[in-house]
Design a protein around this ligand. Structure first.
Ligand SMILES: Nc1ncnc2c1ncn2[C@@H]1O[C@H](COP(=O)(O)OP(=O)(O)OP(=O)(O)O)[C@@H](O)[C@H]1O
Ligand SMILES: [Mg+2]
Length: 237
């Protein structure tokens, strides 16, 4: 049985370690997907692949079990109260990282934030809906100000409903699907349970708001003030 399904991943052998192959086989056996497609993006911390289930196009994010930036990832884990007590080696930390992304996105989804729907996280693999769009950085928006407003609305929901800080928001982690923003890449997202948490992590939120505002200023010749945008999000107005 395992042999047959492994044949299906033959083209990917040498790319995935044994543990990842086993995880993919298991997810396939449980019908989370029928077929793995080509890579959408490969990076040093992980890869994203096309996958298919029936007529549906999916995206599978696979966190690399080896060369991840252990120090950076650990920081984002221990500073989040949900994961504060997690200790362990690189493997453990990567699995927690994948779980953290899954939990963050699920929380966003529950709070009507536009994120890719995530079906399942198992070990270092996450399976989600494929977004038929482009990254913000590769998109020429027809109406940038309108889009920026939509983004602020999303960020208010993230801050006040999901009570999260994305932590790595930029033109690389916002996709544009039919002129609407879809927020991706949530591993570093931090949960904020009270004001003290927020004070401690506030600089991450400021950085997110600054990144986005400056991107719009730079690319669309605008003159938006990121501190005002930050205040608007805080006051939820
Ligand atoms: N659901 C999706 N649908 C379509 N494309 C996706 C989806 N998820 C990710 N991608 C593509 O893959 C790229 C990388 O995904 P993502 O940003 O989640 O991971 P990453 O940047 O490798 O993460 P990290 O920053 O932790 O290394 C995205 O920029 C996007 O182009
Ligand atoms: Mg990314």
């Amino acid at each position: 049985m395992a042999k047959i399904s492994r044949e299906k991943f033959k083209v990917h052998e040498g790319v995935f370690d044994e543990f990842t192959l086993k995880t993919l086989e298991m997810m396939k056996r449980k019908h989370y997907f029928d077929e793995l497609g080509r890579a959408i993006k490969t990076g040093k911390e992980g890869d994203v692949y096309f996958a298919y289930r029936g007529e549906k196009t999916l995206a599978i994010k696979i966190f690399r079990m080896t060369s991840a930036n252990f120090k950076k990832i650990s920081q984002y884990i221990v500073r989040d109260y949900r994961f504060r007590n997690i200790k362990g080696n690189l493997r453990k930390v990567i699995l927690v990282w994948a779980e953290k992304e899954f939990r963050n996105v699920s929380l966003c989804h529950k709070n009507n934030i536009t994120v890719p729907y995530m079906y399942k996280q198992f070990n270092n693999v996450i399976i989600m809906d494929y977004i038929f769009g482009k990254m913000l950085k590769d998109t020429e928006l027809k109406n940038p100000l309108e889009f920026f407003e939509l983004l602020i609305e999303q960020m208010k929901l993230v801050r006040h409903e999901a009570k999260l800080i994305h932590g790595d928001l930029s033109e690389f982690n916002i996709m544009v699907e039919e002129e609407l923003p879809v927020l991706i890449d949530w591993g570093q997202g931090m949960s904020i349970k009270n004001e003290a948490d927020f004070e401690e992590l506030k600089e991450m939120q400021i950085r997110d708001v600054k990144n986005i505002t400056e991107y719009f200023n730079r690319n669309y010749n605008l003159d938006l003030d990121y501190t005002q945008v930050f205040e608007r999000i805080e006051k939820n107005e």
